[in-house]
Design a protein around this ligand. Structure first.
Ligand SMILES: NC(=O)c1ccc[n+]([C@@H]2O[C@H](COP(=O)([O-])OP(=O)(O)OC[C@H]3O[C@@H](n4cnc5c(N)ncnc54)[C@H](O)[C@@H]3O)[C@@H](O)[C@H]2O)c1
Length: 322
């Protein structure tokens, strides 16, 4: 098991859960985060958990002078720092592209120079509008036009994948790429357009649940505790290096059905409203209708996959948000 783990973006939602898992396994964790969407409260909880094995560095993952020494003293890197969330991506496209491509280049440079293996967090968004379901890692990626800001996120993450594989090919960097599908759980913030925390908060307050479009678009939701188990497993698995893995749950639910499920589990009589995409994100927004991963590669590599059910995920969120 790799012992000293460096996590960029470790004050965020997935990063803080991953850091917590590693600390509970007895590893040392260093987190670099600029707290743009991450939270100091996440850092403080990690500090309290294992003060002697946890270190937080507030700073930017695009800065080589900050990143390189932290990478060099680690046994492995998990690169999660990114501009994330549909709303943020649409409203701040320059920030999105610069952060996602710039930070990835900086971290790849440092990891290849130090000879440290790296896990890169990509996204299911890279499949874009592909209709080849379920999505397999070697399938074509079908992105929309450059005039539509949301595809900039997918393009920046796909560029990161190409960069990571290029560093593997040319500089022998041991890199594992994960395409995360919708990951949910405690600590996820709703304010950047994350659907489930927004639904749960609205249901608990008796406010309307705003479903964008006709609500028939589908997604698959995985609990963050399952996802971090997979990320830890892949990081420790040398045979996984050089490969791309879908990571998530493969149980499909429409967003309208999700809203209904949240109301049922929360015992809420909140109204469910259909809101046109243009009202939510401005004109020219595009969404994908279905997004379902094939988890065959992940199961072959690790022998397990995320499996917490939707009702349990919703109930867990209700517990922390109530
Ligand atoms: N949550 C999901 O469903 C999901 C799905 C697909 C991919 N991902 C990927 O997983 C990773 C983590 O996402 P998350 O959901 O935990 O989001 P998050 O916003 O909670 O985490 C991102 C973290 O990166 C930090 N960060 C951003 N720019 C930085 C910079 N320049 N320097 C240092 N830190 C910086 C933020 O402050 C935040 O703590 C991201 O790379 C994201 O693209 C997440």
């Amino acid at each position: 098991m790799l012992h000293r783990i460096f996590i960029t973006g470790g004050a965020g939602f997935i990063g803080s859960h991953l850091a917590e898992r590693f600390l509970k396994e007895g590893r040392e964790v260093t987190v670099l985060d600029n707290l743009s969407t991450g939270r100091l409260s996440n850092v403080k909880a990690l500090q309290a958990l294992a003060p002697e094995r946890f270190r937080f560095v507030e700073g930017c993952a695009t800065e080589p002078n900050v990143v390189a020494p932290l990478v060099a003293e680690s046994d492995a890197v998990v690169h999660l720092a990114a501009a994330v969330g549909v709303r943020l991506v649409v409203e701040q496209p320059i920030h999105t592209m610069r952060t996602n491509i710039g930070a990835t280049e900086t971290v790849l440079d440092a990891a290849s120079a130090a000879g440290v293996p790296l896990l890169y967090a990509s996204t299911s968004e890279v499949y874009g509008k592909s209709a080849m379901l379920p999505f397999t890692e070697n399938a074509d990626l079908v992105l929309g036009p450059t005039s539509i800001a949301r595809w900039g996120y997918a393009a920046s993450k796909a560029t990161g994948e190409w960069m990571a594989l290029a560093y593997g090919a040319e500089r022998d960097l041991e890199v594992t790429i994960v395409r995360l599908f919708n990951t949910v759980g405690p600590r996820q913030l709703g304010r950047y357009g994350m659907v489930l925390p927004n639904f749960v908060k609205a249901a608990l307050r008796g406010e309307p649940l705003r479903v964008f479009g006709d609500g028939q678009q589908t997604r698959c939701f995985a609990h963050v505790k399952d996802v971090t188990q997979v990320l830890g497993g892949l990081l420790d698995e040398p045979a996984a290096r050089g490969s791309v893995f879908n990571v998530g749950n493969d149980v499909e639910v429409s967003i309208l059905a999700l809203a209904e499920r949240v109301c049922a589990v929360a015992g809420s009589d909140s109204e469910i409203q259909l809101v046109p995409y243009a009202e939510a994100y401005g004109h020219g927004f595009e969404d994908m209708r279905r997004r379902v991963p094939s988890l065959a590669a992940l199961e072959a590599a690790l022998g397990y996959r995320p499996r917490t059910g939707l009702d349990e995920i919703i109930a867990d969120l209700i517990c922390v948000l109530a």
